[in-house]
Design a protein around this ligand. Structure first.
Ligand SMILES: Cc1ncc(COP(=O)(O)O)c(C=O)c1O
Length: 391
């Protein structure tokens, strides 16, 4: 057992998982008391609630009036796959990957859709792919915030205003925490359980007029499953964008999404959400600055995520360990902090280099991060002491 002294105070909320993420401050199951359970989602009140989510989300995000937003099946993966299956094949594709989720989209584009005019623009964990290589005449598939490496694109300046290809963006851990330049994005997807801390199940897809134009003019060379179908007879199914979902949604999740939107509206909208996440990143950066054993995995400060903050262990002792012993360190830190009810689910993603990942999106309180830092120092020192005995 460790002889190191435990810090005296704990985070009020120990939920630092990168998805499902912490519920909004003050949330309790009572927020769902008014859920339209046991009723048809196609009833008047059912459709009204779905439409309310659509309209309030679009407003909060500041979507241009001619952009469309729909609630679709199967979370962010469903929404992004829907875009790939419905839109790709008309042009060559630049597929960007710098961590696990981007790599997954590349694998699907090449392996499942079998497209061959695909340029893969890749980078290792901690780096950002070379955005300057993107060709505006090709479709581009990319992730705004690489959740498993904590590397985000800093802005949309690399996307041409006069592009002829479409930009298809997996924006799930960015939306509501980062400012997205909508005129640069033709398709964006996200899910409710990330920055808003909503209940998981459904995806959201956002389409620009150019994406709709592609949908109405391009017939994919493969069969499109019903849950991915956005058109009928070559025309967009408008009802999907008014709350007439493709299949049955959970009205409990819908209620929770509305609760999250209500909270965001009360605290000051998108500006407040972005400010909360940026303040969280700043507080982590302060701690990293004064802590010698830890550093950001993201090499360039301009690319550091403000939501899924990924940290590597910078201690020379750690660098000298073998791969198994290295993986054991963050795993032990996670277990120690879990047992103390200080922090849950903070080990890095399974495909990422060994390290920690701390969610710092808008639902996380900066004070809870401040309370976490001494515990991270304690857990690291404890894990190091234990391992030094074993190794
Ligand atoms: C960037 C990114 N893409 C896709 C996914 C998969 O999302 P979902 O589980 O909502 O389908 C995640 C989940 O963490 C993610 O972070």
């Amino acid at each position: 057992m460790s002889s190191l002294a435990r810090p005296s105070s704990r985070p009020h909320n120990p939920c630092f998982s990168s998805g499902p993420c912490a519920k909004r401050p003050g949330w309790s199951p009572a927020a769902l008391d008014g859920a339209l359970v046991g009723r048809s989602h196609r009833s008047g009140p059912g459709k009204a609630r779905l439409k309310d989510v659509i309209e309030r989300s679009a407003k909060l995000l500041g979507l241009p009036a001619d952009y469309r937003l729909a609630i679709v099946p199967a979370s962010d993966t469903g929404a992004l796959e829907m875009a790939l299956w419905s839109l790709l094949g008309a042009r060559g594709i630049d597929a960007l990957a710098w961590e696990s989720f981007g790599a997954g989209w590349v694998a699907d584009i090449k392996g499942q859709l079998g497209l061959d005019d695909v340029r893969v623009i890749e980078a290792d964990y901690g780096e950002l792919a070379d955005l300057g290589r993107v060709d505006p005449a090709r479709d581009v598939v990319f992730t705004w915030n690489g959740t498993t490496s904590g590397v985000r694109v800093p802005d949309g300046e690399w996307i041409a205003d006069d592009r002829t290809g479409l930009t298809i963006c997996d924006a799930t851990s960015a939306v509501f925490a980062m400012r997205l330049p909508w005129h640069k994005i033709d398709v964006a997807t996200y899910s409710w359980q990330k920055v808003m801390g909503g209940e998981a199940a459904h995806g959201v897809i956002i389409l620009s007029p150019r994406a709709v134009e592609r949908l109405e003019s391009h017939v994919p060379p493969w069969p499109v499953p019903k849950i991915f179908r956005l058109t009928k007879g070559g025309k967009l199914v408008e009802g999907i964008f008014q709350g007439a979902t493709i299949n049955t949604p959970s009205m409990l999740c819908v209620e929770d999404a509305l609760d999250g939107l209500g909270w965001a509206e009360r605290i000051g909208g998108l500006d407040a959400l972005v400010a909360r996440s940026e303040a969280n990143l700043a507080s982590i950066a302060d701690w990293v600055e004064r802590t010698s054993w830890v550093d950001f995995l993201a090499r360039d400060p301009a690319t550091r995520s403000s939501t899924s903050v990924c940290l590597r262990i910078a201690d020379p002792w750690f660098a000298g360990l073998g791969a198994d012993a290295q993986s054991a360190v963050p795993k032990r830190i996670e277990a120690l902090l879990d047992a103390e009810d200080v922090a849950y689910d903070i080990n890095g993603y399974r495909d990422a280099p060994p390290g920690l990942r701390i969610w710092a999106g808008a639902t996380v309180e900066t004070d809870d991060l401040a309370a976490l830092f001494p515990w991270l120092d304690w857990a690291y020192a404890t894990a190091k002491q234990e391992l030094a005995v074993v190794v």
